[in-house]
Each structure stands twice: as structure tokens, then as C-alpha cells.
Ligand binder design. Structure first.
Ligand SMILES: Nc1nc2c(ncn2[C@@H]2O[C@H](COP(=O)(O)OP(=O)(O)OP(=O)(O)O)[C@@H](O)[C@H]2O)c(=O)[nH]1
Ligand SMILES: [Mg+2]
Length: 336
């Protein structure tokens, strides 16, 4: 359902040209052919990595080419081979030929390698064309071109971060501020009916996936509101951001909201409440009474959970939240 997709161009290195040369040495009257072969062009190799879970890196960098082989030289010197390049590709990526649609590779395990474009062979130098009856050959080959292919990469996204909270807490607004996702946002409850995924760039060319899901209300596990079945979409996440509206507009008590949502999470599964969680006070631009924010902060401290406050409207606190989420998600072993 949530598919990340990019088109990329891979271009292997061309082979180096074969050389045309004859030996010229003192006291050797008629030197034989001595043109060396060209070097082989480098390959473009896609290598599966656990470190990335989106194709964002390719969006910034859609072309990958490997080095060409050097030309052959006289004295039978072969040109140096071009270096191959390895392009990290998230595990789970499926590679298609963009022109024919043919599936070329399916990355299932880390370290898995796929040569996406083969380097061109080096041309033969004239020394290789010598035979007993053809002792002064002038034939020599040009290097062969490296393969060039357009690929389409597809990756089924799995959410790393789940946004939970009451309806109207600002979940969809947050994902629209930190990713390219553009879910519907409105000031009535249950605006979000289906989960939205957004890819968030962590700055250092790494990224993670955030899931915005419908809001939870008291009794959701009994089917109130939109129920709790959609929580399965965040079962495999590594961290939850629990958004609590601390503005007066909610008309409710932030601490009570927090406890209600925790109970609903618990009735879905114990694993879900046991996940690492960041408590996020939202709409601080509209929070007049600091006591509301403070009560939530204290609750987070009691529960030994990190606490951050944000305004998706002014942008306050968003960089810190992104950093905290990135830290919780990246470089951690895969969730079971
Ligand atoms: N003042 C202020 N308003 C906000 C902020 N974030 C969101 N809102 C408003 O709060 C309302 C609800 O925002 P949404 O992002 O749709 O809330 P949600 O949590 O996704 O709601 P559901 O999808 O119904 O669960 C909208 O009118 C937003 O404009 C904020 O930081 N400050
Ligand atoms: Mg929403």
C-alpha cells in the first residue's frame, strides 16, 4: 500500500582502448607489436543495507556511474581497470528495468549484491593480434561501452515512528511539517481515516518513516470513534510519539488525555505500550496556561519518558523532535 518509488540511472564504466604500438629498442632491429589492452570499466553494484529504510537517498542522487578503464599503453602495459562503485540500497527494495518493466532483483538480506550495470571490456591492443604470418598487426580495438540502464526501485515502506494521540492533537499537521506527506488536516475529530506515511530526512542523508494514524478516544477498544484496529499499522514501529494537545482549545485535561490513550494502546497490545515513547506537547503557540504543559511534563518525568513541546504552526520544537526521533530509530537493531 505504501510504496516508495524512484527511477535511477546506472552507468558502468567504459572499457579503455587497446593500444597500437611497436617495440623500439636499441639493437632490436624490428620490434614486435607491443600495444597493451585497455582496462575494464567499473561495475555499478547495488548492495543491500539495513541502515536505510527509504529510497530518499536516491531522490537526491538519481545517477550512479562507475569509473572508466584506462587505455592500454606501449610496452604491453595494460590499462588500469576502472573502480566499481557500490550503492547502498535498503533491504526490501525490488529492482525493475524502467523501460521493460522486467523485475531484475529482489533484495532480501543485508549484504546481498546485484550488478546493475556491467563495466565494458577493455579493447585489445595490437600485441594480441600478432600471429606467425601477421607479425606487425596494426589492429587494435576501442574499449567496449559500459552498460547503461534506467532502473525503477520500489520499496514497501514500514513505519519506524507511530504518531498516537487524541483526534485533533495535531498528528497530521506534524507529519505534513516534517515530511512530504500531505494528509487532510481539519479542526474536527477523525479527520484522518486511513494511516498516512511520510518519509522524514534526518539531515545526514539518512531517513525514517513516520505513520500518522487516526485519533484514539476513550472506549476506542469497544469500537468508539474509529476503533483501535488501525493500531496494527504501528505495531512494528520502534518508537511512538504521543501527541497531547496542551492548548485550552481541547477543552480537556492533557494528563487525562495521555492516560486515556495509554489505556487504549494497552487494550490493543502490551507490546505497544511497552515501546519507547516520546511525550510531545502540541500547539504550544496556543497554550495560554503554562500549568497545562507543566502537568504533562511532570507526568512524563514520573514515567521516565522524554518530553518535548512543539508548535506545528510556528515550527518551534520541530528540529529537536526530528532529532529525538532519528536518534530513537536509526542505528538501533531491527525491532522483532
Ligand atoms: N494553533 C495550533 N493549531 C494546530 C497545531 N497543530 C495542529 N493544529 C490545528 O489542530 C487541528 C487538528 O489538526 P490535525 O493535524 O488534523 O489533527 P489530527 O491529530 O491529525 O486529528 P485526527 O486526524 O482527527 O485524529 C487543525 O485545525 C490544525 O490546524 C499547532 O501547533 N498550533
Ligand atoms: Mg489526522
Amino acid at each position: 500500500m505504501f510504496i516508495d518509488e524512484v527511477k535511477i540511472l546506472v552507468k558502468a564504466g567504459n572499457g579503455g582502448n587497446g593500444c597500437l604500438a611497436f617495440r623500439r629498442e636499441k639493437y632490436v632491429p624490428r620490434g614486435g607489436p607491443s600495444g597493451g589492452d585497455g582496462g575494464r570499466g567499473g561495475d555499478v553494484i547495488l548492495v543491500a543495507t539495513q541502515h536505510d529504510n527509504t529510497l530518499l537517498r536516491f531522490r537526491f542522487n538519481p545517477e550512479h556511474s562507475a569509473e572508466r578503464g584506462r587505455h592500454g599503453e606501449g610496452s604491453n602495459r595494460k590499462g588500469r581497470d576502472g573502480a566499481s562503485i557500490e550503492v547502498p540500497t535498503p533491504v526490501g527494495t525490488i529492482v525493475y528495468d524502467a523501460d521493460t518493466g522486467e523485475q531484475l532483483h529482489d533484495f532480501t538480506t543485508a549484504g546481498d549484491r546485484f550488478i546493475a550495470a556491467h563495466g565494458g571490456r577493455g579493447g585489445r591492443g595490437n600485441a594480441r593480434f600478432a600471429t606467425s604470418t601477421h607479425q606487425a598487426p596494426t589492429e587494435h580495438e576501442a574499449g567496449f561501452p559500459g552498460e547503461e540502464r534506467k532502473l525503477r526501485l520500489e520499496l514497501k515502506l514500514l513505519a519506524d515512528v507511530g504518531l498516537v494521540g487524541f483526534p485533533n492533537a495535531g498528528k497530521s499537521t506534524l507529519i505534513s511539517r516534517i515530511s512530504a506527506a500531505r494528509p487532510k488536516i481539519a479542526d474536527y475529530p477523525f479527520t484522518t481515516l486511513e494511516p498516512n506515511l511520510g518519509v522524514v530526512s534526518a539531515g545526514d542523508d539518512r531517513s525514517f518513516v513516520v505513520a500518522d494514524i487516526p485519533g484514539l478516544i476513550e472506549g476506542a477498544h469497544l469500537g468508539h470513534g474509529l476503533g483501535i484496529q488501525f493500531l496494527r499499522h504501528i505495531e512494528r514501529t520502534r518508537v511512538l510519539a504521543h501527541l497531547v494537545d496542551v492548548s485550552e482549545a481541547s477543552g480537556r485535561d492533557p494528563v487525562h488525555d495521555f492516560e486515556v490513550v495509554m489505556e487504549e494502546l494497552r487494550s490493543f497490545s502490551e507490546d505497544l505500550v511497552a515501546k519507547p515513547m516520546i511525550v510531545v506537547a502540541t500547539k504550544i503557540d496556543a497554550a495560554q496556561d503554562p500549568a497545562r504543559t507543566e502537568s504533562l511534563r511532570k507526568l512524563a518525568r514520573r514515567r521516565k519518558l522524554p518530553f518535548l513541546k512543539i508548535s506545528a504552526v510556528t515550527g518551534e520544537g520541530l528540529p529537536a523532535l526530528k532529532r529525538a526521533l532519528a536518534e530513537a530509530v536509526l542505528d538501533k537493531p531491527e525491532a522483532a
